[in-house]
Each structure stands twice: as C-alpha cells, then as structure tokens.
Design a protein around this ligand. Structure first.
Ligand SMILES: Nc1nc2c(ncn2[C@@H]2O[C@H](COP(=O)(O)OP(=O)(O)OP(=O)(O)O)[C@@H](O)[C@H]2O)c(=O)[nH]1
Ligand SMILES: [Mg+2]
Length: 298
C-alpha cells in the first residue's frame, strides 16, 4: 500500500491575484474571504485538503505589497514568514496582467529560499491561449521554478493537475488535521471575516482598508438559533456614516449577506447583531492591532 503523504504549502503573491479563490476552490468551502479589492486577506489562514492518500495544508497569505501602515508591515511579514516553514511555495501571478514590478520584488525574496517554488499563472480564463507561452518564457527567465502551471482558480481549470504536482513535493507524513477539519481558524474568526467581506464588496476607496471586525459574543439560544454580536471598527466618524448608510440601508444589506454565508458555514439559523464603532488610526497602533488579533508571530 502506498504510504500516506502530507505537508504544508504556502500560497503567496501580489494582492488580488486570486490566492484565496484558489484555496477556497480546493477546499470546496469559503474559509478565506475574497474580493476585487487588493489586500483582502490580512492573516495567514490554513485550508486543509484531505484525500485517501494525502493531506495538503495550504497557507493562504496576505498579498505582498508596498507597505503603508503597521498593519501592512504585519501582512507582508506574515507572508514572508511562511517561506521557510513549508514543503513548497506556490507563487501565484495574474496571467491577465503580465509580469510586473510587484512580481519581481517577490521573486527576489524567493531566490533566498531553499524550498521549491511552483509558479501558478492564474486567471487564464481572461487571456487568449496564444498569450500563454510567451508569458511562461518571460517568467522562466526570471527564476528557476520547480514547475509552471497555468490555471483558472475561479473556474477550477487545471486545478487537479496542480494538486497532482504538489503531491510530488510532499514527504511521507501524518494527518495533521482530522478528515473533517478544513481550517485552523475558529468559527468566530471566519464569521468576522465574512462580515468584513460583505463590507469590502459594498464600499469603495479608503473604507475597505479602514475596517476591522470582531465578534463580541456568540452563543446558541434555547431555540437552536445562534446569536452573534459583532463590532465593525472604522477609523473616522465619516466612515461610520458610510458603513451605516442612508437610514441604515448599507448596514442592513451587509447583515443580510453575511447572515446567508454564516448560516451556510455553521449549518444553523443565526441572529446577527452589528455595531459600528470608531477607533482612530487603529492600523498604526501596536496595542490596538494586538487587541484585534494581529499578533506578530502568526
Ligand atoms: N477571471 C478570474 N478572476 C479571478 C480568478 N481567480 C480570482 N479571481 C478574482 O480576483 C479577485 C481577487 O481574488 P482573491 O482570491 O480575493 O485574491 P487574493 O490574491 O487572495 O487577494 P489578497 O487577499 O488581497 O492578497 C476576485 O474578484 C476574484 O473573483 C480567475 O481564475 N479568473
Ligand atoms: Mg486573499
């Protein structure tokens, strides 16, 4: 009988290239939030993929970007820290945008790592087939990649091939997580993230980056309904107005969309209570970042 294989792989790349979309597709459930706004993911998130003969633990990471705040520093460091702790690094690039300065910056950092780097060219659904080969050549000139695999994370094209290729780099190993566990994060974290996703989708410009969400309370009531109380932190009074919206319309819509996703996640009815509070310049305050769950070593 073949031996069980297992290991960790990190998904890294610029913001918005589709890292979380890929992980969710493989896991088959939304555990990492996704949006068309860059810098959606802020923490490292484990997604566990288990079959009969292997277990791959994916580490979804924040997009590596030009830092603008202490939160940004934390996010970049979170991504870089994963390079050394995995069997392979999946470097995701956006095929529809071509090679750019942001990719070069990451490749330079990857050159100092001993871990094999698999280049994934994502969003091939957005390009013409004849654009692919010249792009692969361009990337190949820049670094010695262990594999180069074009995919569409959104449509799931070629993701099976990717999984097979990853398995080549996994050693014989244990099941790190039980069969039915798909992430390392507690439900409360995923719930808070789902609420943040709905705000990202419904707001523009500076607002998406200025919010943080915490779950203050979560308990099952006698009638089986899960009561959740969440706080949305913003940096300024004006942003509080935007999040609440005209006669509370935006907050209501955020609540409606989040409730739908959270009910899917928990598999039970929920009652969601949302509060909006101002915490001035929280992205640059070490103490506040810590309170909100951004710990240096995670
Ligand atoms: N057309 C197309 N769109 C995609 C594909 N993969 C992801 N997207 C879209 O790209 C956007 C960004 O996706 P995310 O998964 O949030 O990207 P990310 O790399 O995790 O972004 P950060 O967390 O900000 O670093 C979303 O609007 C996705 O729907 C793909 O294969 N094809
Ligand atoms: Mg992400």
């Amino acid at each position: 009988m073949p031996k069980f294989k297992s290991g960790f792989v990190a998904i890294v790349g610029r913001p918005n290239v589709g890292k979380s979309t890929l992980m969710n597709h493989v896991i088959g459930q939304k555990i990492a939030i996704m949006s068309d706004k860059p810098q959606t993911t802020r923490n490292k998130i484990h997604g566990v993929y288990t079959t009969q003969d292997m277990q791959i633990v994916f580490l979804d990471t924040p997009g590596i970007h030009k830092r603008q705040s202490k939160l940004g520093d934390f996010m970049n460091q979170t991504a870089f820290n994963t390079f050394g702790e995995v069997e392979a690094v999946l470097f995701l690039a956006d095929a529809s945008e071509g090679f750019g300065g942001g990719d070069r910056f990451i490749i330079e950092r990857l050159k100092n790592v001993n871990t094999p780097v698999i280049l994934i060219l994502n969003k091939i659904d957005k390009i013409q087939p004849d654009e692919l080969l010249p792009m692969i050549d361009e990337y190949r000139k820049r670094n010695d990649f262990a594999e180069i695999i074009p995919i569409s994370a959104k449509l799931g094209s070629n993701v099976d091939t990717l999984l097979q290729q990853i398995s080549k780099y996994l050693p014989e190993g244990p099941k790190y997580y039980p069969d039915d566990q798909i992430t390392d994060h507690p439900e409360q974290f995923v719930c808070a993230e789902l609420i943040r996703e709905k705000i990202l989708i419904n707001t523009r410009e500076e607002v998406p980056h200025s919010i943080a969400v915490t779950i203050e309370d979560m308990k099952v009531q006698d009638n089986g309904v899960v009561h959740i109380s969440a706080v949305i932190f913003v940096e300024r009074d004006s942003q509080k107005g935007i999040i609440i919206g005209k006669q509370g319309a935006l907050l209501k819509e955020v609540g409606r969309l989040a409730r739908h996703d959270i009910e899917n996640l928990l598999g039970s009815k929920i009652f969601l209570e949302l509060w909006v509070k101002v915490k001035k310049d929280w992205r640059n305050q070490d103490r506040v970042l810590k309170d909100l769950g951004f710990h240096k070593n995670s």
